[in-house]
Design a protein around this ligand. Structure first.
Ligand code: ADP
Ligand code: MG
Length: 446
Protein backbone atom coordinates (compact mmCIF):
# COMPACT_ATOMS: atom_id res chain seq x y z
CA UNK A 1 0.00 0.00 0.00
CA UNK A 2 1.11 3.45 -0.61
CA UNK A 3 1.91 5.96 2.05
CA UNK A 4 -0.09 9.04 1.20
CA UNK A 5 1.75 11.66 3.19
CA UNK A 6 2.34 14.85 1.30
CA UNK A 7 6.11 14.32 1.32
CA UNK A 8 5.58 11.00 -0.30
CA UNK A 9 3.21 12.44 -2.86
CA UNK A 10 5.72 15.09 -3.70
CA UNK A 11 8.38 12.52 -4.27
CA UNK A 12 6.12 10.38 -6.44
CA UNK A 13 5.08 13.40 -8.42
CA UNK A 14 8.63 14.60 -8.95
CA UNK A 15 9.65 11.20 -10.17
CA UNK A 16 6.69 10.99 -12.50
CA UNK A 17 7.41 14.47 -13.81
CA UNK A 18 10.84 13.39 -14.91
CA UNK A 19 9.30 10.62 -17.01
CA UNK A 20 6.69 12.92 -18.47
CA UNK A 21 9.35 15.44 -19.39
CA UNK A 22 11.35 12.78 -21.14
CA UNK A 23 8.30 11.62 -23.02
CA UNK A 24 7.05 14.96 -24.28
CA UNK A 25 10.10 17.19 -24.43
CA UNK A 26 10.97 20.15 -22.27
CA UNK A 27 9.14 22.81 -24.18
CA UNK A 28 5.72 21.13 -23.98
CA UNK A 29 6.57 20.16 -20.47
CA UNK A 30 7.13 23.78 -19.47
CA UNK A 31 3.92 24.89 -21.14
CA UNK A 32 1.56 22.27 -19.81
CA UNK A 33 2.95 20.15 -17.06
CA UNK A 34 5.29 22.20 -14.94
CA UNK A 35 2.39 24.08 -13.34
CA UNK A 36 0.49 21.01 -12.22
CA UNK A 37 0.70 19.25 -8.91
CA UNK A 38 -0.52 16.06 -7.40
CA UNK A 39 -3.05 16.65 -4.63
CA UNK A 40 -3.92 13.14 -3.61
CA UNK A 41 -4.23 9.56 -4.63
CA UNK A 42 -7.59 8.15 -3.84
CA UNK A 43 -7.92 4.48 -4.62
CA UNK A 44 -7.50 4.26 -8.40
CA UNK A 45 -7.57 7.99 -9.08
CA UNK A 46 -4.87 10.61 -8.99
CA UNK A 47 -6.18 14.07 -8.26
CA UNK A 48 -4.16 16.72 -10.00
CA UNK A 49 -4.51 20.44 -9.79
CA UNK A 50 -4.13 22.63 -12.87
CA UNK A 51 -3.86 26.42 -12.74
CA UNK A 52 -6.60 27.01 -15.30
CA UNK A 53 -9.36 25.08 -16.94
CA UNK A 54 -7.69 25.61 -20.27
CA UNK A 55 -4.49 23.97 -19.11
CA UNK A 56 -6.41 21.22 -17.33
CA UNK A 57 -8.39 20.39 -20.45
CA UNK A 58 -5.38 20.37 -22.65
CA UNK A 59 -3.38 18.21 -20.30
CA UNK A 60 -6.29 15.79 -20.04
CA UNK A 61 -6.57 15.12 -23.68
CA UNK A 62 -2.95 15.41 -24.60
CA UNK A 63 -1.12 13.79 -21.79
CA UNK A 64 -3.46 11.77 -19.59
CA UNK A 65 -2.03 8.51 -20.86
CA UNK A 66 1.53 9.58 -20.31
CA UNK A 67 0.86 10.90 -16.83
CA UNK A 68 -0.95 7.73 -15.76
CA UNK A 69 1.93 5.70 -17.06
CA UNK A 70 4.52 7.85 -15.30
CA UNK A 71 2.66 7.73 -12.00
CA UNK A 72 2.34 3.98 -12.22
CA UNK A 73 6.00 3.53 -12.87
CA UNK A 74 6.84 5.67 -9.87
CA UNK A 75 4.91 3.32 -7.62
CA UNK A 76 1.22 4.13 -7.95
CA UNK A 77 -1.42 1.84 -9.21
CA UNK A 78 -4.00 4.13 -10.71
CA UNK A 79 -6.30 4.09 -13.69
CA UNK A 80 -7.77 7.56 -13.62
CA UNK A 81 -6.68 11.15 -13.55
CA UNK A 82 -8.89 13.75 -12.06
CA UNK A 83 -7.52 17.08 -13.08
CA UNK A 84 -8.96 19.86 -11.02
CA UNK A 85 -10.35 21.80 -13.92
CA UNK A 86 -12.84 19.02 -14.52
CA UNK A 87 -15.44 21.27 -12.90
CA UNK A 88 -16.48 22.44 -16.28
CA UNK A 89 -16.87 18.95 -17.44
CA UNK A 90 -15.07 19.23 -20.67
CA UNK A 91 -13.46 15.90 -20.50
CA UNK A 92 -15.38 12.81 -19.74
CA UNK A 93 -13.92 9.55 -18.67
CA UNK A 94 -16.11 6.74 -19.81
CA UNK A 95 -16.94 5.21 -16.50
CA UNK A 96 -17.04 1.62 -15.50
CA UNK A 97 -20.80 1.78 -15.88
CA UNK A 98 -20.22 1.31 -19.58
CA UNK A 99 -21.15 -2.27 -19.05
CA UNK A 100 -19.62 -3.74 -22.12
CA UNK A 101 -16.29 -2.05 -21.68
CA UNK A 102 -14.09 -4.21 -19.51
CA UNK A 103 -13.22 -2.49 -16.26
CA UNK A 104 -9.56 -2.20 -16.94
CA UNK A 105 -10.26 -0.48 -20.21
CA UNK A 106 -12.34 2.32 -18.81
CA UNK A 107 -9.38 4.58 -18.24
CA UNK A 108 -8.17 4.28 -21.78
CA UNK A 109 -11.18 5.81 -23.27
CA UNK A 110 -10.88 9.42 -22.38
CA UNK A 111 -12.93 11.54 -24.71
CA UNK A 112 -12.93 15.28 -25.07
CA UNK A 113 -16.43 16.72 -25.08
CA UNK A 114 -15.44 19.38 -27.56
CA UNK A 115 -14.29 16.85 -30.14
CA UNK A 116 -17.64 16.18 -31.81
CA UNK A 117 -18.76 16.22 -35.42
CA UNK A 118 -20.81 19.28 -34.64
CA UNK A 119 -17.71 21.17 -33.59
CA UNK A 120 -15.70 20.05 -36.58
CA UNK A 121 -15.50 22.68 -39.30
CA UNK A 122 -15.36 21.17 -42.74
CA UNK A 123 -13.36 22.67 -45.58
CA UNK A 124 -11.58 21.48 -48.68
CA UNK A 125 -8.54 20.10 -46.82
CA UNK A 126 -10.54 17.82 -44.53
CA UNK A 127 -13.86 17.15 -46.27
CA UNK A 128 -12.89 13.67 -47.41
CA UNK A 129 -11.65 12.54 -44.01
CA UNK A 130 -14.75 14.05 -42.43
CA UNK A 131 -17.10 12.23 -44.80
CA UNK A 132 -15.28 8.95 -44.24
CA UNK A 133 -15.41 9.35 -40.45
CA UNK A 134 -19.10 10.21 -40.59
CA UNK A 135 -19.81 7.19 -42.73
CA UNK A 136 -18.02 4.86 -40.35
CA UNK A 137 -19.77 6.39 -37.35
CA UNK A 138 -23.18 5.90 -38.94
CA UNK A 139 -22.71 2.41 -40.35
CA UNK A 140 -24.10 -0.60 -38.59
CA UNK A 141 -21.53 -2.93 -40.09
CA UNK A 142 -17.95 -1.95 -40.82
CA UNK A 143 -17.99 0.46 -43.71
CA UNK A 144 -14.32 0.22 -44.55
CA UNK A 145 -11.89 -1.82 -42.55
CA UNK A 146 -9.77 -0.23 -41.37
CA UNK A 147 -10.52 3.43 -41.76
CA UNK A 148 -7.05 4.91 -41.77
CA UNK A 149 -6.88 8.67 -41.13
CA UNK A 150 -3.62 10.39 -41.69
CA UNK A 151 -2.26 13.92 -41.73
CA UNK A 152 0.18 16.29 -40.08
CA UNK A 153 0.14 17.21 -36.44
CA UNK A 154 -2.74 19.33 -35.13
CA UNK A 155 -4.98 18.90 -38.16
CA UNK A 156 -7.89 17.10 -36.51
CA UNK A 157 -7.18 13.35 -36.53
CA UNK A 158 -7.85 12.87 -32.84
CA UNK A 159 -10.84 15.18 -33.06
CA UNK A 160 -12.42 13.00 -35.76
CA UNK A 161 -11.77 9.80 -33.83
CA UNK A 162 -13.37 11.18 -30.70
CA UNK A 163 -16.26 12.42 -32.83
CA UNK A 164 -16.83 8.90 -34.11
CA UNK A 165 -16.78 7.62 -30.53
CA UNK A 166 -19.29 10.22 -29.33
CA UNK A 167 -21.54 9.45 -32.22
CA UNK A 168 -21.49 5.72 -31.55
CA UNK A 169 -22.05 6.33 -27.86
CA UNK A 170 -25.17 8.32 -28.63
CA UNK A 171 -26.66 6.39 -31.49
CA UNK A 172 -25.58 2.88 -30.51
CA UNK A 173 -25.21 2.78 -26.75
CA UNK A 174 -25.21 -1.00 -26.92
CA UNK A 175 -21.96 -1.01 -28.87
CA UNK A 176 -18.64 -1.11 -27.08
CA UNK A 177 -15.69 0.85 -28.28
CA UNK A 178 -12.17 1.49 -27.22
CA UNK A 179 -10.18 4.54 -28.06
CA UNK A 180 -6.54 4.59 -27.09
CA UNK A 181 -3.21 5.85 -28.25
CA UNK A 182 -0.74 3.47 -29.83
CA UNK A 183 1.59 4.30 -26.98
CA UNK A 184 -0.97 3.13 -24.50
CA UNK A 185 -1.53 -0.01 -26.52
CA UNK A 186 2.17 -0.80 -26.38
CA UNK A 187 2.37 0.03 -22.72
CA UNK A 188 -0.48 -2.32 -21.88
CA UNK A 189 0.98 -5.04 -24.01
CA UNK A 190 4.40 -4.79 -22.44
CA UNK A 191 2.86 -4.71 -19.00
CA UNK A 192 0.87 -7.84 -19.77
CA UNK A 193 4.08 -9.61 -20.80
CA UNK A 194 5.85 -8.51 -17.67
CA UNK A 195 3.04 -9.86 -15.52
CA UNK A 196 2.68 -12.90 -17.73
CA UNK A 197 -0.86 -11.91 -18.44
CA UNK A 198 -0.95 -11.78 -22.22
CA UNK A 199 -4.22 -13.67 -22.25
CA UNK A 200 -6.15 -10.99 -20.46
CA UNK A 201 -4.58 -8.42 -22.75
CA UNK A 202 -6.03 -10.28 -25.69
CA UNK A 203 -9.37 -10.62 -23.94
CA UNK A 204 -9.58 -6.87 -23.52
CA UNK A 205 -9.66 -6.28 -27.22
CA UNK A 206 -11.31 -9.39 -28.49
CA UNK A 207 -14.87 -8.42 -27.70
CA UNK A 208 -14.91 -4.82 -28.63
CA UNK A 209 -17.15 -3.62 -31.48
CA UNK A 210 -15.09 -0.64 -32.50
CA UNK A 211 -11.38 -0.29 -31.85
CA UNK A 212 -9.68 3.04 -32.40
CA UNK A 213 -5.95 3.44 -32.10
CA UNK A 214 -4.49 6.89 -32.43
CA UNK A 215 -0.99 7.69 -33.72
CA UNK A 216 -0.04 4.20 -34.86
CA UNK A 217 3.24 5.50 -36.26
CA UNK A 218 4.57 4.84 -32.75
CA UNK A 219 4.15 1.11 -33.19
CA UNK A 220 6.78 1.13 -35.91
CA UNK A 221 10.02 -0.59 -34.97
CA UNK A 222 8.57 -2.36 -31.93
CA UNK A 223 8.50 -5.89 -33.25
CA UNK A 224 6.63 -7.82 -30.60
CA UNK A 225 4.04 -5.12 -30.22
CA UNK A 226 3.58 -5.05 -33.97
CA UNK A 227 3.06 -8.74 -34.00
CA UNK A 228 0.44 -8.49 -31.30
CA UNK A 229 -1.20 -5.58 -33.01
CA UNK A 230 -1.36 -7.52 -36.23
CA UNK A 231 -3.06 -10.47 -34.54
CA UNK A 232 -5.54 -8.31 -32.70
CA UNK A 233 -6.22 -6.50 -35.90
CA UNK A 234 -6.87 -9.61 -37.95
CA UNK A 235 -9.01 -11.18 -35.33
CA UNK A 236 -11.23 -8.14 -35.06
CA UNK A 237 -11.53 -7.78 -38.81
CA UNK A 238 -12.42 -11.45 -39.12
CA UNK A 239 -15.15 -10.95 -36.56
CA UNK A 240 -16.53 -8.03 -38.48
CA UNK A 241 -15.57 -5.37 -35.96
CA UNK A 242 -14.72 -1.86 -37.06
CA UNK A 243 -11.15 -0.61 -36.74
CA UNK A 244 -10.13 3.01 -37.04
CA UNK A 245 -6.53 4.09 -37.02
CA UNK A 246 -4.69 7.36 -37.31
CA UNK A 247 -1.10 8.22 -38.10
CA UNK A 248 1.00 11.12 -39.25
CA UNK A 249 1.86 9.26 -42.47
CA UNK A 250 0.08 7.08 -44.98
CA UNK A 251 0.35 3.31 -44.40
CA UNK A 252 2.88 2.94 -47.18
CA UNK A 253 5.13 5.59 -45.61
CA UNK A 254 5.12 4.22 -42.09
CA UNK A 255 8.69 3.60 -40.99
CA UNK A 256 9.75 0.44 -39.27
CA UNK A 257 6.46 -1.28 -40.02
CA UNK A 258 6.49 -4.82 -41.25
CA UNK A 259 5.51 -5.11 -44.88
CA UNK A 260 2.50 -7.38 -44.34
CA UNK A 261 1.13 -5.05 -41.69
CA UNK A 262 1.78 -1.98 -43.78
CA UNK A 263 -0.06 -3.40 -46.71
CA UNK A 264 -2.86 -4.73 -44.53
CA UNK A 265 -3.43 -1.25 -43.10
CA UNK A 266 -4.04 0.11 -46.55
CA UNK A 267 -6.78 -2.38 -47.43
CA UNK A 268 -9.66 -0.36 -46.10
CA UNK A 269 -10.12 3.31 -46.73
CA UNK A 270 -7.15 5.63 -46.43
CA UNK A 271 -8.26 9.23 -45.91
CA UNK A 272 -5.78 12.04 -45.60
CA UNK A 273 -6.25 15.43 -43.99
CA UNK A 274 -4.43 18.10 -45.94
CA UNK A 275 -2.73 21.16 -44.47
CA UNK A 276 -5.21 23.93 -43.74
CA UNK A 277 -6.03 26.77 -46.09
CA UNK A 278 -6.97 30.32 -45.21
CA UNK A 279 -10.74 29.76 -45.52
CA UNK A 280 -10.74 26.76 -43.23
CA UNK A 281 -8.61 28.53 -40.66
CA UNK A 282 -10.93 31.52 -40.67
CA UNK A 283 -14.01 29.28 -40.45
CA UNK A 284 -12.59 27.49 -37.44
CA UNK A 285 -11.64 30.72 -35.70
CA UNK A 286 -15.04 32.25 -36.33
CA UNK A 287 -16.73 29.24 -34.84
CA UNK A 288 -14.40 29.21 -31.81
CA UNK A 289 -14.74 32.96 -31.35
CA UNK A 290 -18.49 32.62 -30.87
CA UNK A 291 -17.87 30.52 -27.79
CA UNK A 292 -15.89 33.25 -26.06
CA UNK A 293 -17.62 35.94 -24.08
CA UNK A 294 -15.44 38.82 -25.23
CA UNK A 295 -15.90 40.47 -28.58
CA UNK A 296 -13.28 39.55 -31.15
CA UNK A 297 -13.36 41.71 -34.29
CA UNK A 298 -13.42 39.78 -37.52
CA UNK A 299 -10.33 41.56 -38.76
CA UNK A 300 -8.39 40.07 -35.87
CA UNK A 301 -9.64 36.60 -36.84
CA UNK A 302 -8.59 37.29 -40.41
CA UNK A 303 -5.21 38.44 -39.23
CA UNK A 304 -4.67 35.27 -37.16
CA UNK A 305 -5.84 33.04 -40.01
CA UNK A 306 -3.42 34.71 -42.32
CA UNK A 307 -0.47 34.62 -39.97
CA UNK A 308 -0.78 31.32 -38.17
CA UNK A 309 -0.61 28.69 -40.83
CA UNK A 310 1.16 25.84 -39.06
CA UNK A 311 -1.81 23.90 -37.67
CA UNK A 312 -5.16 24.21 -35.98
CA UNK A 313 -3.88 23.49 -32.53
CA UNK A 314 -1.58 26.50 -32.68
CA UNK A 315 -4.29 28.59 -34.21
CA UNK A 316 -6.67 27.77 -31.37
CA UNK A 317 -3.94 28.34 -28.84
CA UNK A 318 -3.31 31.77 -30.33
CA UNK A 319 -6.96 32.74 -30.07
CA UNK A 320 -7.12 31.53 -26.49
CA UNK A 321 -4.06 33.50 -25.58
CA UNK A 322 -5.45 36.68 -27.07
CA UNK A 323 -8.76 36.19 -25.28
CA UNK A 324 -7.07 35.35 -21.98
CA UNK A 325 -4.96 38.45 -22.25
CA UNK A 326 -7.90 40.66 -23.06
CA UNK A 327 -9.90 39.27 -20.18
CA UNK A 328 -7.11 39.49 -17.65
CA UNK A 329 -5.97 43.01 -18.33
CA UNK A 330 -9.31 44.28 -19.61
CA UNK A 331 -8.03 45.33 -23.02
CA UNK A 332 -10.06 45.41 -26.19
CA UNK A 333 -8.86 43.04 -28.86
CA UNK A 334 -7.22 44.66 -31.86
CA UNK A 335 -4.71 43.52 -34.47
CA UNK A 336 -1.97 45.45 -32.71
CA UNK A 337 -2.78 43.92 -29.39
CA UNK A 338 -2.89 40.42 -30.89
CA UNK A 339 0.41 40.78 -32.66
CA UNK A 340 1.95 41.99 -29.45
CA UNK A 341 0.61 39.12 -27.35
CA UNK A 342 1.57 36.55 -29.97
CA UNK A 343 4.97 37.90 -30.91
CA UNK A 344 6.82 34.61 -30.39
CA UNK A 345 4.21 32.50 -32.14
CA UNK A 346 4.04 34.81 -35.12
CA UNK A 347 7.76 34.70 -35.44
CA UNK A 348 7.90 30.91 -35.44
CA UNK A 349 5.17 30.77 -38.05
CA UNK A 350 7.12 33.16 -40.17
CA UNK A 351 10.16 31.02 -40.38
CA UNK A 352 8.54 29.07 -43.16
CA UNK A 353 8.64 32.15 -45.35
CA UNK A 354 12.09 32.45 -46.82
CA UNK A 355 13.68 35.22 -48.80
CA UNK A 356 13.93 32.82 -51.65
CA UNK A 357 10.20 32.17 -51.65
CA UNK A 358 9.40 35.87 -51.60
CA UNK A 359 11.72 36.56 -54.50
CA UNK A 360 10.28 33.72 -56.57
CA UNK A 361 6.70 34.78 -55.96
CA UNK A 362 7.43 38.40 -56.72
CA UNK A 363 9.15 37.46 -59.98
CA UNK A 364 6.18 35.29 -60.95
CA UNK A 365 3.76 38.03 -60.10
CA UNK A 366 5.55 40.79 -62.00
CA UNK A 367 6.72 38.42 -64.67
CA UNK A 368 10.41 39.27 -64.46
CA UNK A 369 13.56 37.20 -64.12
CA UNK A 370 15.22 36.51 -60.78
CA UNK A 371 18.47 37.90 -62.14
CA UNK A 372 16.67 41.20 -62.85
CA UNK A 373 15.38 41.37 -59.32
CA UNK A 374 18.86 41.16 -57.87
CA UNK A 375 20.43 43.38 -60.56
CA UNK A 376 20.90 47.14 -60.47
CA UNK A 377 18.54 47.72 -63.40
CA UNK A 378 16.33 50.77 -63.03
CA UNK A 379 13.47 50.16 -65.46
CA UNK A 380 10.26 51.03 -63.67
CA UNK A 381 8.72 47.53 -63.71
CA UNK A 382 11.87 45.94 -62.35
CA UNK A 383 12.46 48.62 -59.75
CA UNK A 384 8.87 48.31 -58.50
CA UNK A 385 9.15 44.53 -58.19
CA UNK A 386 12.44 44.91 -56.34
CA UNK A 387 10.92 47.41 -53.91
CA UNK A 388 7.97 45.12 -53.30
CA UNK A 389 10.22 42.11 -52.69
CA UNK A 390 12.33 44.05 -50.20
CA UNK A 391 9.23 45.37 -48.49
CA UNK A 392 7.78 41.87 -48.18
CA UNK A 393 11.05 40.50 -46.88
CA UNK A 394 10.93 43.16 -44.18
CA UNK A 395 7.28 42.41 -43.32
CA UNK A 396 7.25 38.66 -43.55
CA UNK A 397 10.64 37.57 -42.31
CA UNK A 398 12.77 38.48 -39.33
CA UNK A 399 15.80 39.28 -41.46
CA UNK A 400 17.65 42.52 -40.73
CA UNK A 401 17.85 45.33 -43.26
CA UNK A 402 21.49 44.65 -44.19
CA UNK A 403 20.65 40.98 -44.58
CA UNK A 404 17.81 41.75 -46.91
CA UNK A 405 20.02 44.08 -48.93
CA UNK A 406 22.66 41.40 -49.33
CA UNK A 407 20.07 39.04 -50.82
CA UNK A 408 19.37 41.52 -53.58
CA UNK A 409 22.78 41.44 -55.17
CA UNK A 410 24.64 43.18 -52.36
CA UNK A 411 22.60 46.35 -51.85
CA UNK A 412 23.02 48.20 -48.58
CA UNK A 413 20.48 48.76 -45.85
CA UNK A 414 19.58 52.29 -46.93
CA UNK A 415 18.35 50.90 -50.25
CA UNK A 416 16.01 48.62 -48.33
CA UNK A 417 14.75 51.49 -46.16
CA UNK A 418 14.07 53.48 -49.31
CA UNK A 419 12.20 50.54 -50.88
CA UNK A 420 10.02 50.06 -47.83
CA UNK A 421 9.18 53.76 -47.76
CA UNK A 422 8.31 53.78 -51.47
CA UNK A 423 6.01 50.80 -51.12
CA UNK A 424 4.22 52.34 -48.15
CA UNK A 425 3.65 55.52 -50.13
CA UNK A 426 2.29 53.53 -53.04
CA UNK A 427 -0.06 51.57 -50.80
CA UNK A 428 -1.47 54.83 -49.51
CA UNK A 429 -2.07 56.47 -52.84
CA UNK A 430 -2.66 53.60 -55.29
CA UNK A 431 -5.63 51.38 -54.62
CA UNK A 432 -4.80 48.83 -57.30
CA UNK A 433 -1.22 48.55 -56.11
CA UNK A 434 -2.44 47.94 -52.57
CA UNK A 435 -4.82 45.21 -53.69
CA UNK A 436 -2.14 43.51 -55.76
CA UNK A 437 0.21 43.58 -52.84
CA UNK A 438 -2.43 41.98 -50.64
CA UNK A 439 -2.98 39.16 -53.12
CA UNK A 440 0.74 38.65 -53.46
CA UNK A 441 1.18 38.54 -49.69
CA UNK A 442 -1.55 35.92 -49.36
CA UNK A 443 -0.02 33.78 -52.05
CA UNK A 444 3.30 33.82 -50.21
CA UNK A 445 1.74 33.03 -46.88
CA UNK A 446 -0.36 30.12 -48.02
P1 ADP B 1 -4.18 15.77 -34.48
O1 ADP B 1 -4.73 14.62 -33.72
O2 ADP B 1 -4.32 15.62 -35.96
O3 ADP B 1 -2.78 16.14 -34.10
P2 ADP B 1 -6.27 17.20 -33.12
O4 ADP B 1 -7.43 16.38 -33.51
O5 ADP B 1 -5.76 17.02 -31.74
O6 ADP B 1 -5.07 17.05 -34.14
O7 ADP B 1 -6.66 18.72 -33.35
C1 ADP B 1 -5.94 19.81 -32.76
C2 ADP B 1 -6.92 20.87 -32.31
O8 ADP B 1 -7.52 21.48 -33.45
C3 ADP B 1 -8.06 20.34 -31.49
O9 ADP B 1 -8.37 21.26 -30.47
C4 ADP B 1 -9.21 20.23 -32.46
O10 ADP B 1 -10.46 20.40 -31.84
C5 ADP B 1 -8.93 21.36 -33.41
N1 ADP B 1 -9.41 21.08 -34.75
C6 ADP B 1 -8.79 20.36 -35.71
N2 ADP B 1 -9.50 20.33 -36.84
C7 ADP B 1 -10.62 21.04 -36.59
C8 ADP B 1 -11.77 21.38 -37.38
N3 ADP B 1 -11.88 21.00 -38.66
N4 ADP B 1 -12.72 22.14 -36.79
C9 ADP B 1 -12.60 22.55 -35.52
N5 ADP B 1 -11.55 22.27 -34.74
C10 ADP B 1 -10.57 21.52 -35.25
MG1 MG C 1 -3.79 13.45 -32.28
Amino acid sequence: MMDKTSENLKQIWNEALEDVKKAIGSSDYETWISKLYLIEIDDDTAKISAPTKYIGDNVSWRYADIIVKALNSSGCNISYLNIDAYDNNNVEIIEKSDKKTPKNLASMTILDKKFTFKNFIVGKPNEFAYAAAMRVAESDTPAFNPLFLYGGVGLGKTHLMHAIAWHIKESHPEKSFIYLSAEKFMYLFIKSLRYKDAMSFKEMFRNVDVLMIDDVQFIGGKDTTQEEFFHTFNELVDNNRQIILSADKSPSDLDGMEERLRSRLGWGLVADIHPTNYELRLGILQSKAKKHKVKIPNEVLEFLSMKITSNIRELEGALNRVVAHATLVGKTITIDMASDVLRDLLRSNEKYITMDLIQRKVCEFYNIKLSDLTSAKRQKAIATARHVAMYLAKQLTTKSLPDIGRNFGGKDHSTVIHAVKKVKENIAKDREFATNLEILTKSIEN
